[in-house]
Design a protein. Structure first.
Lengths: 364, 277
């Protein structure tokens, strides 16, 4: 069992990478804490994988420095960094058995045969592969191959574990199972985990912090609830989940935040002082809005007409159009949606002040 | 995956001309050779009995197997090095390697054999040069022996040995090599413990092709061996055109074809045909 103290602390300082004229990563500075579970989230081509490859040492940054526990490792080749890595598609050695795959990093480190046997045995047990030791990767299911890849990357107790979209090839139920397993391994080993994904729900479910990338830039880093509830800009807001955007006019400071006009009605919002400047975008998550027959004058609310619904089982997704033509989606209990649709005329959309947040106008 | 019936009929039709040609120009005449081996000069198994007792025939068989084995080892090793550069080198290295692989195909086997004679003979380029710098006083015997045959045959076969290797190296998942390095393995160690084992099917295919080709070589050993290191194909030629002992020549041919057929069957148990190109 590994001591949490062995987990690495990583500091990226002004990292940039160009491939020819393509700017893959731009001036990225990021501190990754000891034992943290950090997710790099973004669409393909956003620079998240490039950053992971730079952390692993497979890609050399064009500028900037990288530190591990205060030591500059920018020029250190991959094989001399103590990083475990799990690849997309696992990248197991096809000609080696499960046991030999897991033993590989220990053999490279010239550990004694008895120690290798002991640690491989422990690792096989920990990831639940007992009885499969002699099998070749091709004889295993996707989930089992994933476990071998995790075991191989963790067996030498690396200071940091890098994971490149490890679950992309698994079906949905297996994915959930492996996510839980990975969370458990993170707690047990105490190692720093850096995880790349383009799946926002995976990012929110697993991480202690999420770093959101787009077009080679790091847009925001924060706890899952921070980035979800208080996104720094429109891209982050939209990437993390469905969101409604309503224009507000004449935003000015008020008690506890700001006030402004949305569809000619006064609305209250929580926001930082610097976001307050005339016209802006008010963003509200679909699950934070509710349907009401009336809205009192001191309540946030706008009038809208229900146009379509999508039954999702636990709830219904309802599409509405506001008086001024904005499209809004809300997630509401099934019977509420049915009632709103059957009425065919105007309903009120309401939301608590603390659930609406301002994005600078244009939202970019 | 299996195609529909009409797909398979279409494929059969497209292959029909080649198949017909092989039957008319190869299989049918070969049946005649088989017939000779049992009927000339007298009907019976006499020629096969002679094969088992004739020391000359046996020594030629053993020499052929030995040369084929050495040529295979030399060709596959050299081809492996060239293929690594061809598949994984820098753009300039790739072009150079491709040039080295393709140029030999444009020069006839006869020309190349005589080229080697010019290089390796007692008064050839190599001996003249070595003597002129005073490295040797007497010329080395580099040709009209097994050494010359092995050099000439390897040179001819290296390009053929390249293709199965290239196919194996191209289909290899790059991430597996990255994984090995990420786990702490040096480039050297990654090459020997991951890269080479993962190209195993290519090595088997390459070795089999080279070995099978080597067994039937005629022109190169005839010229570079100078009659002193006769291989099977030359022996068949001598029995049929010079002895003339058609029955024995035919029997040797049959044994060679059966042996090569068995090797090919073995090859295709381990390697799929599409892995060879």
């Amino acid at each position: 069992m590994q001591q949490p103290g062995r987990a690495a602390e990583i500091k990226a300082n002004g990292i940039g990478k160009s491939f020819g004229s393509f700017r893959a990563l731009d001036n990225l500075s990021l501190d990754i804490g000891r034992g943290e579970f950090l997710t790099l989230l973004g669409p393909s081509g956003s620079g998240k994988t490039t950053f992971l490859m730079i952390l692993a040492g497979f890609v050399q940054p064009s500028e900037g420095r990288l530190f591990s526990d205060g030591v500059d490792i920018t020029d250190r080749p991959a094989e001399q960094r103590a990083a475990g890595m799990v690849f997309q598609g696992y990248a197991l050695f096809p000609h080696m058995s499960v046991e030999q795959n897991i033993a590989f990093p220990l053999k490279v480190r010239k550990k004694s045969a008895s120690e290798i046997k002991k640690r491989v045995g422990e690792m096989v047990e920990r990831v639940g592969l007992k009885g499969h030791e002699k099998k070749l990767p091709a004889q295993l299911s996707g989930g089992q191959q994933q476990r071998v890849a995790l075991a191989r990357a963790l067996v030498f107790e690396p200071g940091v574990l890098l994971l490149d979209e490890p679950f992309s090839a698994l079906d949905k139920s297996l994915r959930g199972q492996m996510q839980a397993e990975m969370k458990r391994l993170h707690q047990e080993t105490g190692t720093t985990f850096v995880f790349v994904t383009h799946d926002q729900s995976e990012a929110l479910a697993l991480s202690s912090r999420v770093a959101i990338f787009n077009h080679g830039k790091l847009l925001q880093v924060g706890r899952p609830d921070e980035v979800y509830d208080r996104p720094a800009n429109r891209f982050v807001a939209e990437f993390l989940g469905e969101i409604n955007m309503l224009p507000v006019k004449g935003v000015k400071p008020a008690d506890n935040g700001a006030t402004g006009l949305c569809e000619d009605r006064a609305v209250n919002m929580r926001c930082k002082a610097e976001a307050i400047k005339g016209d802006a975008i008010l963003a509200i998550r679909p699950e934070d809005m509710s349907i009401a027959p009336e809205a009192s004058a001191n309540q946030n609310g706008i009038a809208a007409t229900a146009v379509a619904s999508t039954y999702l089982g636990a709830a219904t997704k309802l599409d509405l159009t506001t008086r001024q033509g904005a499209r809004v989606t809300v997630s509401v209990p099934n019977e509420v949606a049915a009632a709103a649709l059957s009425k065919g005329n105007s309903v009120w959309l309401t939301w608590p002040a603390e659930k609406g947040f301002l994005l600078p106008d244009g939202g970019q | 995956m299996r195609g529909t019936l009409s797909d398979r009929m279409g494929a059969a039709l497209l292959m029909a001309p080649l198949l017909l040609f092989l039957i008319l120009a190869y299989a049918w005449p070969f049946l005649g050779v088989v017939k000779w081996s049992f009927t000339l000069p007298t009907p019976g198994l006499g020629q096969y009995h002679a094969l088992l007792t004739d020391e000359l025939v046996q020594s030629v068989f053993i020499r052929t197997l030995r040369i084929a084995a050495i040529v295979t080892l030399v060709s596959v090793t050299a081809a492996y090095a060239i293929t690594v550069v061809w598949v994984r080198g820098s753009p300039v290295q790739r072009v150079l390697a491709e040039f080295c692989i393709l140029v030999p195909f444009w020069i006839s086997v006869l020309t190349r054999a005589f080229g080697w004679v010019a290089l390796l003979s007692n008064r050839g380029l190599i001996n003249t040069w070595l003597q002129s710098i005073g490295f040797i006083s007497e010329p080395l015997t580099l040709v009209r022996n097994e050494f010359g045959v092995i050099v000439g045959m390897s040179h001819f076969l290296i390009p053929f040995a390249v293709f199965p290797l290239a196919s194996a190296m191209r289909s290899l998942d790059e991430r597996v090599l990255l994984a090995a390095r990420g786990l702490g393995s040096s480039r050297m160690r990654t090459f020997w413990t991951v890269f080479v084992p993962m190209t195993r099917s290519g090595i088997i295919g390459s070795a089999m092709i080279t070995f099978v080709f080597s067994l039937g070589f005629f022109v190169t050993p005839a010229i570079l061996g100078g009659g002193r290191s006769v291989m099977i194909a030359e022996l068949i030629y001598l029995r049929i055109f010079q002895s003339p002992d058609w029955g024995l020549g035919a029997a040797i041919s049959v044994v060679l074809v059966v042996f090569v057929g068995a090797l090919m069957a073995l090859l295709f148990r381990y390697v799929k045909p599409k892995q060879l190109v």
